[in-house]
Design a protein around this ligand. Structure first.
Ligand SMILES: Cc1cc2nc3c(=O)[nH]c(=O)nc-3n(C[C@H](O)[C@H](O)[C@H](O)COP(=O)(O)O)c2cc1C
Ligand code: SF4
Ligand code: SF4
Length: 365
């Protein structure tokens, strides 16, 4: 009988759908298997930093790397890792959810996902080692095992906005296999497209959750029957290209450099947008401006002072933007929006062409 110490949800989820779905599956499996559920987010820069540290890797401290998801990595000594929480542990069943961006794992998280899944890879071929992995998992649950190299049973989930998951599930499953882990089942899960208020609105819905319930039961049965061979997923495990977004007129939509715009009248300077940006790309204007003068003792016009106060309390966007929509959706005052014409045309194209039929969750077992 295969035992687990816990079921672990691991997820990147700027606007919440991936978290909801991944934790739902992990919780369902934990209940069915009678073990605790644990959860790890790698959405925020600090979370990725800690996760890498738990694997014995760390960012190099240089200003160049501040805005990158996974800048230059260096090894850190084991002694420095005493209290760093792990991403997942030996003996856990791992449910790993990622949103699909341009048909793949989001570009800016790809190096991170690869590092976490493959840093402790064993060199032997996976096909020869299924029995060994199962044995290792049981050993890990029942004793203090070697934590320097370990492999897990895993369930990849590709969440997508009703266009297509293209190569996302295959890419995630492929990285798991590369790290010596066993992807024993997977799911491609359509949900609301975060670019749109209407595309896939209301999902995941009751019917979706029923399918997820069934998925959990079928995985539990596979585990009980010891059917834990790796599963194949549609698409390319090592895709070279990303989906090219289209405008309404069918031409490529070019919005790589687009950033959120601010309606200063609506912004209260609360800071939520900066706290939720997965790229750490939102900051606030120099607080010196808040005082309205530069300590010269010369008083400034009231109107100028007011506008500099607003600027001092307003977010600015100096870093990279992955268009994840987290800042926009978390701003309670509706002060942020995209106005890039190609971006808006792409959203209109998605709403025109992918609103129906609504896709169903696809299970791979
Ligand atoms: C930059 C970007 C690219 C996306 N590309 C795709 C895509 O190729 N296919 C698709 O169906 N949905 C796509 N989506 C929609 C997301 O996969 C979907 O909204 C997902 O739920 C977002 O996850 P989250 O709510 O956990 O942030 C994209 C979303 C973003 C932000
Ligand atoms: S844009 Fe919105 S979330 Fe950001 S500081 Fe202003 S009010 Fe707060
Ligand atoms: S600035 Fe860009 S990357 Fe940051 S939260 Fe907003 S949309 Fe996402």
């Amino acid at each position: 009988m295969l035992e687990f110490s816990a079921v672990r949800a691991v997820w990147f989820s700027p606007t919440g759908s991936t978290k909801t779905i991944t934790e739902y599956v992990a919780k369902g499996l934990a209940e069915l298997l009678g073990v605790p559920m644990k959860s790890t987010s790698y959405t925020l820069p600090g979370e990725r930093e800690r996760a890498l540290a738990s694997m014995g890797l760390s960012h190099r401290e240089d200003s160049e790397s501040q805005m990158q998801s996974v800048p230059q990595l260096q090894r850190v000594p084991q002694s420095a890792l005493q209290n760093v929480p792990e991403v997942f542990a030996p003996g856990e069943l791992v449910v790993w959810g990622t949103p699909t961006y341009a048909g793949r794992i989001p570009n800016k998280t790809l190096d991170f996902v690869r590092e976490i899944l493959t840093t402790r890879a064993k060199s032997e071929a996976l096909a020869d080692s299924v029995d060994k992995v199962v044995k290792e998992i049981s050993t890990a649950v029942n004793s203090e095992s070697d934590k320097s190299v370990f492999r897990n049973l895993m369930i990849p989930i590709a969440v997508y906005g009703n266009r297509s998951f293209d190569n996302c599930l295959a890419e995630l499953g492929g990285l798991m296999k590369k790290g010596g882990h066993l992807p024993i089942a997977g799911i491609a899960m359509p949900t609301r497209h975060t670019f749109s208020k209407t595309l896939g609105a209301g999902r995941p819905n009751a019917a979706d959750f029923e399918i997820l319930d069934d998925f959990c039961v079928r995985i539990r049965d596979k585990i009980l029957d010891m059917c834990v061979a790796p599963v194949a997923f549609p698409g390319e495990e090592e895709p070279e290209k990303y989906y090219v977004p289209k405008r309404l007129d069918g031409e490529p939509a070019v919005f790589l450099k687009a950033k959120p715009q601010l309606d200063r009248e609506k912004c209260t300077g609360c800071g939520t947008c900066a706290a939720v940006c997965p790229m750490g790309s939102i900051t606030f204007a120099d607080s010196k401006a808040r005082s309205g003068d530069d300590n010269t003792g010369i008083s400034v016009d009231k109107e100028i002072q007011r506008s500099s106060e607003i600027i001092a309390h307003s977010p600015i966007f100096p870093g990279i933007c992955i268009k994840c929509q987290a800042c926009i959706q978390h701003c309670k005052n509706g002060a942020l929006y995209f106005d890039d014409p190609d971006f808006l045309s792409h959203v209109a194209m998605l709403e025109a062409n992918f609103a129906s039929p609504l896709k169903k969750p696809e299970l791979f077992l």
